[in-house]
Design a protein around this ligand. Structure first.
Ligand code: DUC
Ligand code: ZN
Ligand code: ZN
Ligand code: ZN
Length: 503
């Protein structure tokens, strides 16, 4: 039987190899059927000549916020996933979010499933944000989330009045997730430190967007990260610290990994490319800094960026996600969120930046595909690990997503051959429903020429979006893999004998 699609003349990159040129990918029924040479092409076979370009797995963006209630001017499913495929991402994992008063997860999940059904250009799954982990939810509902819905990861917040869980609740969730083979993601910032600083800033009328970065210093992320890791160590549970912004906190991850604890970490494009000067007023717009308010905040010094880039290269980070969590700068009706009677109030500015479409090109631009070997920040296989293979494995999609191997979905990005050099990020070219990009004017070395999802070309840079809105499928995920360290460690300072008394 003929292949449906054969891709020739590309250089395939996997999480471990840059394969020799000349290999072809044969696709049948949406799956990679084989990788070889001289693949037969029949009359019905579509042939794509990659013209010597790199071919990487379709991106898996495991941290995306779409249509969440707490972001009324945020991006929706249609526009957010359209933006994903235009930037080389073929799978996203978004969030369904419990609010404190929700005493059952089922109505919440129903609502999220309803808004995303038939509204996605890419394949997608959900994590669940837990803000009120009652015994009923932990004992009876979370197991069914995993079993019936394939939702095998939860996210917790250690900060924000409306979301935060206390240390005891973090532990309860970690023990539950450990028993179910689920992954716990955690937003680690010390809530009380931040609250104290905000109080002083407001008392002194320091409420411009820039003071958002002052209110959330590195020490708040550092302390909470260490505490989160300690709680995971006691529970002997895998954990991922999301959106890490500072090397000071990442050092705790590195230390934990050195002790073989299953502690994973994620960072995002904005923490690698942007600094807190972006939060300052501009001559033409005193509120301009609101476009760069995210939590944790952008950090102050180029040393912060360098530290994170080292952890990208040396394997400390497991995943590189967009944390696409945008809100519009200009709101219909002219009222900017965070401007109260014309006065900036940074505490009222929604936290989060757009970035689903620019994630892959920004990082690919730092590989040897676009940089000299001396200047490249990471290898091509490392790019593939961070953007596709690792998130797929960590979140229970291995066997289907994140790798270029027979049997996997034919989710592929074909880049332009050679270093295209002149590509610059412009809001006008993006496909999200946002009115700005924080990366305006930044050069990227390359852009996806084709994005392929289950064997269908869904993005062609020359023709635009070719995918169909209803093509995206819901992914029931399996149990995730521990990608760093292992479980089975004895918590620091505890004797083996002591554990039997309380477990
Ligand atoms: N946490 C996120 O995950 N995204 C945006 C803001 C936040 O606090
Ligand atoms: Zn967060
Ligand atoms: Zn510390
Ligand atoms: Zn987020």
């Amino acid at each position: 039987m003929d292949f449906d699609l054969v891709i020739t003349n590309g250089i395939i990159v996997t999480a471990s190899e840059v394969l020799p040129s000349g290999l072809q990918i044969g696709v049948r029924d949406g799956k990679i059927s084989c990788i070889g040479t001289n693949l037969p092409c029949g009359g019905s076979t579509q042939v794509i000549d990659a013209e010597g370009a790199y071919i990487t797995p379709g991106g898996v963006d495991s941290h995306v916020h779409l249509a969440q209630k707490n972001a009324p001017t945020g991006d929706g499913w249609e526009t957010g996933t359209r933006s994903a495929i235009a930037g080389g991402t073929t799978t996203i994992i978004a969030f369904a979010s419990q609010e404190k008063e929700d005493l059952s997860l089922w109505p919440v999940l129903d609502e999220y499933i309803k808004v995303s059904k038939d509204q996605s250009y890419c394949d997608y799954g959900y994590h669940f944000i837990l803000t009120n982990p009652t015994a009923e939810i932990l004992h009876n509902e979370v197991p069914l989330l995993a079993k019936d819905h394939g939702i095998t990861s939860v996210k917790l917040y250690m900060t924000y009045d409306a979301m935060k869980v206390n240390d005891r609740e973090v532990l309860d969730i970690l023990f539950t997730c450990k028993a179910l083979g689920m992954t716990t993601m955690i937003h680690a910032e010390n809530h009380d430190m931040i609250a104290k600083l905000i109080e002083g800033l407001e008392r002194n009328k320091n409420t411009e967007p820039y003071f958002h970065a002052v209110a959330r210093p590195r020490i708040a992320e550092d302390e909470a990260s260490y505490r989160a890791i300690s709680l995971a160590e006691l529970a002997d549970a895998p954990m991922l610290l999301v959106h890490m912004s500072s090397d000071v906190a990442v050092q705790h991850v590195r230390d934990a990994q050195g002790r073989l604890l299953p502690i994973h970490a994620e960072t995002c494009p904005h923490y690698l490319f942007l600094l807190s000067d972006k939060l300052k007023a501009e001559p033409h717009d005193h509120f301009h800094g609101a476009k760069h308010v995210c939590s944790p905040p952008l950090r102050h010094s180029p040393d912060d960026l360098e530290g994170l880039w080292r952890s990208i290269a040396n394997g400390t980070f497991t995943t590189f996600s967009s944390d696409h969590a945008p809100s519009k700068y200009d709101v219909p009706g002219g009222k900017r969120l965070g401007l109260v009677d014309g006065i900036p109030r940074f505490t009222r500015i929604p936290n989060g930046l757009p970035g689903i479409e620019t994630r892959m090109p920004l990082l690919f631009g730092q590989t040897p595909a676009c940089q000299t070997p001396e200047q490249a920040r990471l290898s091509l296989p490392r790019f593939v690990q961070l953007t596709a293979t690792n998130p797929a494995k960590l979140y229970g999609l291995d066997g289907r997503k994140g790798s270029i191997l027979p049997g996997y979905d034919a989710d592929l990005v074909i880049w332009h051959p050679g270093d295209t050099g002149s590509c610059v990020i412009k809001q006008a070219n993006l496909h999200h429903d946002m009115d700005y990009t924080p990366f305006e004017g930044m050069p990227v070395g390359n852009w996806p020429r084709y994005t392929i999802l289950r064997g269908q070309v869904v993005w062609d840079q020359a023709k635009g979006i070719l995918g169909k809105l209803q093509y995206g499928q819901y992914l029931k995920r399996g149990k995730g893999e521990v990608l760093t360290g292992r479980t089975g460690n004895l918590p620091r300072g505890m004797l083996e004998d002591e554990r039997k008394y309380w477990r």
